[in-house]
Unconditional design. Structure first.
Lengths: 198, 118
């Protein structure tokens, strides 16, 4: 791929480090406190959370319906929430079916449900992904090794405002005997973004 | 203030290319779509990013056909848009027509504020 896939520039990271150093220097923040707060949040932020949601939705029809209707209200059933930031963010879960597929992007930056998917992959923030997936999602999915049948309709969700999105993948065939933890283990971060089947 | 739009309404995104921060993606400007969801009320970032007073206003999920956005493609793109970015589709000029679009824009989007900060 082109250099566009190189990911975000190092500039912002350097700016943040400098800002943090200044805030510490002037006694406005306590470095240890900051590390602790970040550590606590990141320890909980993992794609395992999104995978648990998907597995529960596959085995519990009532939960699936509640998750699709009002994800924020359904999350606490698994001890999860979209809090952790400055305010609770609205979550919308979009469901893949035999005829329709969903894929998530933030064309303006890299908005993403961090608490459920963990830190976002570098490619998610790349200009190439952000600009191309809205325009030609089928080709972008193919580049991820994911060939969708032509009859499957694609919905792209540009989460460039305040809501966050997560894809509920389709339950694979032949998994009737698996329990919830085994099902959750099948689900990947890319599947929850919509660039992989699972 | 009541929401201007309801689910199912046809809307058109503003054509303005503002000189300041905005969260109306460029590729949606002037395009017509359908409101599919109401996402709550939030301050308009075009104003809050400039530290201007910004009352919370409705944010809508608006579904656009790829053909409307890019002239080709069979998928849909749903974009979350603040009310200030939208007009009723029948009232707004279609995309690509050469009109003084800026005159029909909501006051909140006009260049009415100090540009840049010292």
């Amino acid at each position: 791929m082109s250099a566009d896939h190189a990911g975000p520039a190092a500039g912002p990271a350097a700016t943040v480090r400098r800002l943090e150093a200044l805030l510490e220097q002037r006694g406005l923040i306590d470095a240890e406190q900051l590390d602790r707060a970040l550590g606590t949040f990141l320890a909980r932020a993992s794609p395992a959370n999104g995978a648990r949601l998907a597995a529960r939705a596959w085995v519990d029809e009532g939960f699936r319906q509640r998750l699709l209707a009002d994800a924020n209200a359904a999350l606490p059933e698994l001890g999860l929430s979209m809090g952790g930031g400055l305010q609770e963010q609205r979550l919308k879960v979009v469901q893949n079916t035999a005829d329709s597929h969903n894929v998530i992007v933030c064309t303006l930056c890299s908005c993403y449900p961090l608490a459920l998917l963990g830190p976002s992959p570098t490619w998610y923030k790349s200009e190439a992904y952000r600009s191309r997936v809205v325009r030609d999602p089928r080709t972008v999915l193919r580049e991820f090794g994911f060939e969708l049948e032509p009859r499957v309709a694609i919905s792209v969700w540009d989460s460039s405002a305040e809501a966050r999105y997560m894809v509920l993948p389709r339950r694979p065939g032949g998994t009737e005997d698996l329990g919830e933890p085994e099902l959750a283990a099948l689900v990947t971060r890319n599947g929850l973004i919509g660039v992989a089947p699972l | 203030m009541a929401d201007l739009f309801r689910i199912g309404d046809r809307v058109r995104a503003s054509r303005v290319d503002p000189p300041h921060h905005t969260r109306l993606p460029r590729y949606a400007r002037g395009a017509a779509g359908t409101v599919t969801d109401l996402l709550g009320r939030y301050p308009l970032p075009d104003r809050s990013a400039r530290r201007l007073a910004a009352e919370p206003e409705p944010v809508y999920a608006v579904a656009f056909a790829a053909r409307e956005l890019f002239g080709e493609g069979d998928h849909t793109v749903t974009i979350d848009l603040w009310e200030s970015y939208l007009q009723p589709a029948e009232a707004a000029e279609p995309r690509g027509t050469d009109t003084a679009a800026a005159t029909s824009l909501p006051a909140r989007l006009r260049r009415d504020a100090p540009r840049g900060r010292p």
